[in-house]
Every structure is written in C-alpha cells, then in structure tokens.
Write a protein that binds this ligand. Structure first.
Ligand code: ZN
Length: 526
C-alpha cells in the first residue's frame, strides 16, 4: 500500500515537472515557465532524496527477499545502483549542477548567429552546413566558430564549474572521480567501464578505417580533395534529398504507422489528434529535440526544430520511436520505476524505428531517386556516428579523470581524439573550432555526462534490426515491438539475445557488423 501511495505521488510529480520543462523549452524566455523550471531545478534534488529514502526502506527491509520475489529483482538492483549515486551530502551540489546546466541551455538557446544579414538561432544556422554549396557551408561554419568564440569565456566558465561540481560530488561519495558516479547515474546494469573500453577498441579497430575510407571516397565523388569539418554534413552531390514540407511529413508518417501495424496506427492517430508535437524552430526555443511524456495522462510529447533538411524526417521516426515506447509501456507494472530501461535501450527503440521507415521513404521524399539517396546517406551517417559518438565518450572519460585540465588542455584532448577517430577530417582554417572546441555545442557533454556511448551501442542494435528487416520485415518488426513493449523490465543485453542479436561487446562483433552493413552503403547513381 505504501508503494501504491508512492507511485501516485511520483506520477504527479513526474507529470508536473515534465509539463513545466516542456513549457519552458518551447520558449525559454517565458518568465512564468522559466521560474517554474528554476523551481524544479531546486526542488528535484530534494525529491530525489525522498525517492532514495523510499528505495532504502525497500532495500533495507527485513522482508527484502519476499519483496524482491513479489516485485522484481531487477528493480532492486536498479535501486541499489541509484543509491550509490545519491546522498544528502551532495544535494546542494546537485542544485548547483542543475543551475549551471540551465545557464548553459539558456546561453545556447539565446545565442544569435549573424549569417548573411540574418539573425539565426543555432539550429537554423546548422541547416546551412548541409548546403550543397561549399562556400555557404564554409561561411556558416565560420559564423558558428566566431559566434561561439564571442561566448567562449562563458562556455569555458560554465563547463569548468560543471566538471568541478561533479568531481566534488564524486569525492564526497567516496569515488576517485566522477566517472564511476557517472556510470551509476546512467543506471548501467549490464555493462561497465571495462565493456565500454572494449567497445571503444572495437570501434577504433573495425569501424574507424571503414568509415574513413567510405567518407573520403564519397567526398572525392563530390569533387572534394581536402575534406574539411564543413564537408562532414553533406554526402550527396547536388545536396541532400529534401523532404516534403511539414504537412507532408506528418501525412506520410500517419500512413506509414498505419501500414506497419495496428498498434502503431493507433499510436500515431493519438499523437496527431492530441497535437503532441512542437516542431517549428523559433528564437528562444530550446535548440535540440526530445521526446518526453506526461505519465499521468499517458501522453508522450515531441519537441523538434524543423529546418527543411532530411533531419526533419527523423523527428517522426527517431523521436516517434521513443514516443511509441512510452505509449506501449504506459500500463506496465514497473513503468514508473524502471521506465524504458537504460538509455541504450531507449535509443534502440528510436534508432531502430529510423530503419524500419526505409520501405516507406518515397512518401517523405517526393523527388524521384531521393528515397534511395536518403537511405544511402542514413546508413553512412549511422555508421559514421559510431566513431564520433565513441570519441565523445572517450573525451568525457579523459575530462573527468583529469578535472583540473585548463580550457586549452580540454581542447587539446578533443583535437587529439579527432585525429584518432576521424582522421579524414581536416580541422584547420575554421575560426575557433580549429582549436578543438567543437564539443562546446555538443549539448550532452554539458547537460548529461556519459550519455553518449548509449547512442553508439543502440546504433549497433538498430543495424541488426535493419539487416533482419531486409530478410523478413514482418518478423523483424514483431521482434522490435516485443523488445519495446518490455520497457526496462529486462536488461538490454537480454533483450538483444531475445531478439536473436549479438552483443556489441563480443569480440569481433563489430567487424562482422561492418562487413554486413557496408554493402548497404552503395552510392546511388546520380
Ligand atoms: Zn533518442
């Protein structure tokens, strides 16, 4: 009965804080919701401390064995791990960390980029990095660099404060540095630092050479001999396939989800009926994309910043993959406590959905041949993401192992890793960014430390769904729905085994994956 009371209260709290954050993120200049968001920044550590008390009552109960049997042993393991990440002695530091994160998001959301006489928010400027004209791309990247440079003192100050507050919390809890605490906070139950280190080695050995060769070859096809940072977002000569506009994208999404299965059809109708999307890019709107949910109302919500590129399609595939999961697990017995599982599981839901959209792409890309161009770009981007994401992960390990690095020292680490993971890219010649500061607009690095390798792990699972769907789409999709429906009630590695897939930590797993995926990355005849 106490647990039921707790779940009711937690659902109320979770819903209200998610609503406040959503309102704040759609307009970070809104005074009321900005104050609401500040309130939750301050209140959430105290709430988490109460949640920890509740967990402690279960963990330390003389009836623990009976409780584990009645509830779920995994729930207890998860609570054990969370207990390692929280204590009343770090509540003030957590408040400070939240305040710094909000400071960073506000700085990034309010940053204006003067580009060719227009004042643009960052997502709109980043759209120009996909322009087929190389001069436009170079100028856009220069504009990005010089504007970031104007804010560099703030960007460095906030990050340095974040690193130190995180390091301080870790030390108060008895850890050497923030790395172990970061893993506990990510609630990683089925792999640790050792496995992640092996995964990084697998990526370096088996993926980096393949990606570098594919990217260099592809750049040559576009007439680029000196591959620069501003060439990295274009893969198709003549420019990216452009999707139909917003209305077309939503119409195509509705049709696609109805064709996939009955559950997905009902899901998309509910989302559209309830207007659970905000996708227009505006000044002061938070610059990323996310999917959240208002659990009390069983309502997922998606925020994005459409910019007319093929990335807009990802919103109704990737983010909708998260939303579908929230919809499917809304009535699960442990949905509130175990959620969708670890972030690698969550991203498996979303990244796999991007690939399940492949047969339906003609409706999103009206121009003849564009769907095929998109598939090529999508697969190459996804494979290229593995080195990039792994680099972000290694960067964070290095940063938190050496919290006293200077800003210049941190940038030097970034440049060193660029040379290791993306040797084909020439960083020189771009103001500010050539100094190794590209990480400053990779928002996860400030906002959610160690949340990045999860995308890479999930990408390997998504590729396995893609390969399976090419053999037998319906069987692969049924396995996908089954995986998603279980939410966090099974570990990611168990879910993969159940779906018939290999673990990416296994020796040689990535070499085999690269060999199977490479044939799918055939440049379209243009
Ligand atoms: Zn995602």
């Amino acid at each position: 009965n106490a647990r039921e009371d707790y779940l009711r209260l937690y659902s109320e709290y979770h819903t209200m804080s998610a609503l406040a954050y959503m309102r704040y993120s759609v307009n970070t200049a809104d005074e009321f919701y900005s104050a609401e968001n500040d309130y939750y920044d301050e209140a959430s550590p105290a709430v988490h401390s109460l949640i920890a008390d509740y967990a402690a009552a279960l963990l330390d109960s003389p009836f623990r064995a009976e409780l584990e049997r009645e509830l779920s042993p995994l729930l207890f393991r998860s609570m054990e791990l969370q207990r390692k990440a929280i204590s009343p002695v770090i509540v003030d530091d957590m408040v400070e960390e939240n305040r710094l994160i909000s400071e960073y998001s506000k700085l990034m959301a309010g940053m204006e980029f003067d580009f060719r006489g227009e004042k643009l928010p960052r997502p709109a400027l980043l759209g120009y990095l996909k322009d087929s004209d190389r001069t436009t791309r170079r100028e856009a990247m220069e504009c990005l660099g010089t504007t970031l440079e104007k804010n560099s003192a703030e960007l460095d100050r906030i990050f340095d404060a974040l690193v130190h507050v995180r390091d301080r919390m870790a030390k108060k809890l008895g850890y050497d540095n923030f790395i172990e605490l970061g893993y506990c906070r990510m609630n990683r139950l089925c792999y640790g630092r050792q496995e992640v280190a092996e995964f990084r080695q697998n990526v370096l050995r088996d993926i980096v050479p393949a990606v570098s060769a594919l990217r260099t070859e592809n750049a040559k096809r576009m007439g680029i001999e000196d591959y620069k940072l501003y060439d990295n977002e274009v893969l198709i000569p003549g420019g990216d396939p452009r999707p139909c506009g917003k209305d077309g994208i939503f119409a195509a999404a509705r049709e696609m989800y109805h064709a996939m299965s009955q559950e997905t059809g009902e899901f998309i109708d509910m989302m559209l009926e309830n207007e659970a999307f905000d996708v227009d890019s505006r000044r002061n709107k938070w610059g990323g994309g996310y999917c959240t949910e208002f659990v009390k109302y069983r309502q997922p919500f998606i925020l994005a910043n459409f910019n007319g590129t093929s990335g807009d399609v990802d919103v109704v595939t990737h983010e909708a993959g998260h939303a579908l999961n929230a919809y499917l697990i809304a009535d699960n017995r442990f949905a509130l406590e175990l959620g969708c599982g670890g972030m690698e599981t969550a991203e498996t839901h979303s990244m796999s959905m991007e690939f399940f959209a492949w047969p339906y792409l003609d409706a999103f890309f009206p121009k003849a041949g564009d769907a095929q161009r998109y598939r090529f770009q999508h697969a190459l981007d996804a494979l290229s993401f593995l080195p990039y994401g792994t680099m972000v992960d290694e960067f964070q390990h290095r940063i938190y192992a050496e919290p006293d690095l200077t800003p210049a020292g941190r940038n030097a680490v970034w440049l060193e890793l660029e040379a290791k993971y993306r040797p084909h890219i020439d960083q020189r010649g771009i103001p500010y960014l050539e100094r190794g500061t590209r990480w400053q607009y990779q928002m996860h690095i400030y906002e959610t430390p160690f949340y990045y390798i999860d995308y890479c792990l999930a990408q390997t699972a998504a590729f396995q769904f893609l390969l399976a769907s090419q053999d037998d789409y319906d069987s692969a999709f049924a396995r996908y729905l089954h995986l998603s429906e279980q939410g966090g009630e099974k570990l990611w590695t168990e879910l993969l085994t159940e779906a018939g897939f290999r673990s990416p930590f296994a020796p040689g797993a990535l070499a085999q994956l690269a060999a199977q995926v490479e044939p799918l990355i055939r440049p379209p005849n243009i």
